[in-house]
Design a protein around this ligand. Sequence first.
Ligand code: GN1
Ligand code: MG
Length: 364
Amino acid sequence: MLDLIDIVNKFAFEGKVEEVKPLGAGHINDSYMVRTQGEAPDYVLQRINHQIFKDVDALQNNIKRVTEHIRKKLTEKGVSDITRRVLTLTPTTQGTLYYRSADGNYWRLMLYIANSKSVDEVSPALSFLAGRAFGDFQAMLADLPEPPLVETIPNFHNIESRLADFREAVKNNLAGRLSKVKYMVDEIEKRSDDLCISESLQHEWRIPRRINHCDTKVNNILFDKDTDEVLCVVDLDTVMPGFVMSDFGDFMRTAANHGKEDDENLDNVYFRMDIYESYTNGYLETAQSFLSPFEIEMLPFGARLLTYMQTVRFFTDYLNGDTYYKIKHPEHNWQRTKAQMKLLQSIEENIPQMLDFLKSKRPC
Ligand code: GN1
Ligand code: MG
C-alpha cells in the first residue's frame, strides 16, 4: 500500500495517513478509504477509470461546479454540517483537481463523510427519504449557471445509441458467446421500438433535458449511520443533462428490485411496488414544482427504460468479452443480464398499477 500513501501525499489534506484500504463496490473506478491519524478527517481516494471518462479535466471540473453550487445553496438555507451534506474535493498541493501518477493513472481525493452508511436494500421509509433527496438534488441544480455541464460520457443514457452498440456487438460476436444466448437478442429486439420512444419525445420537445445524476443507484445515497437520515448524494461522475425519468428509473431498477442486480436466483428478482410508491411520494414532494404533468406521467416508463438499458449494456459487454464492467467471474455479465431481464419483465407487469398510483395522487 506504500505507493497509495505516496499518492495521497500529493494532495493538500489534513493530518497524516494511517492506512489506505479498498472501499465500496463500484463497477468502474477503484475507491480506497484513507484513514488519518488522530482528529484529522478521513478521506476517499479514487483512481478514475480514464478509459471510460476520457476527459478527466472536464469530469473534475463538472464535479467542482456541481458541488460548489450545492454548497452555496445549502449555506443560503442555513444548513449546518455542510461537509456531510455535499462532497468536498481536496485539491493537490499544486492546486489541481486530480493527480496524474507516473504510470498514467488519474487520482482524486475527497473528504470521507463521517458516520455514514450506504445500503443496497431500502425499506419504504428510507426510500421515501431517498426520493426527496434526489428530487432536491435536481431542484438545487436547476439553476446552475451557464455553460452547460460537459457530457462526461457522450450518449450515456441514450437508448438509441446503446442499441446501436448492442447490434454491433451481436454482429461482431467478439467473444464467440452468441450462439448460446440468442434468445436474449430476441427479447431485446422485440422491445426496441417501444423503448426508443423517449428519444423521439425529446426531438418533439415534449420532454426537456434537465441536470440529472445519471447513476441514481440506491447505494449512491449516504445515510446517517445512527439516525438513517439522508446525508448526501455521491458519485457525481455522470451528473449531466438527461431526462428526469431516467434518474427515477435507475433508482427503481436498483432499490425496487427485491433481489440483487446480479442475482443468481431469478425467483428473488421482482419489482417492489411498496418501494415505488414511497419513493414517488418523496420524489414528488421536492420535484413536483418543476416537473411538467407529462414528465410525471412518464416516470413509470423511466423504470422500464433504465432496466432495459442496463440489460442491453450488460449483455453488450458480455458479447464483447467483458471490456467495460468489472466482473467477479467469467459469466458475471450474463448473470447480470438475466437478472435485469427478469426485473424488466416484472416492471412491465406492474406498469398499469404504477400509473394508477400516479393518478390517485393527482389533485381533483
Ligand atoms: C456503473 O460504477 P458504478 O457501479 O457506480 C455504471 C452505471 C451502471 C452501473 C450498473 C460510468 O456504475 O451506469 O448503471 O454500473 N457507470 C458507468 O450497476 O458506466
Ligand atoms: Mg457510478
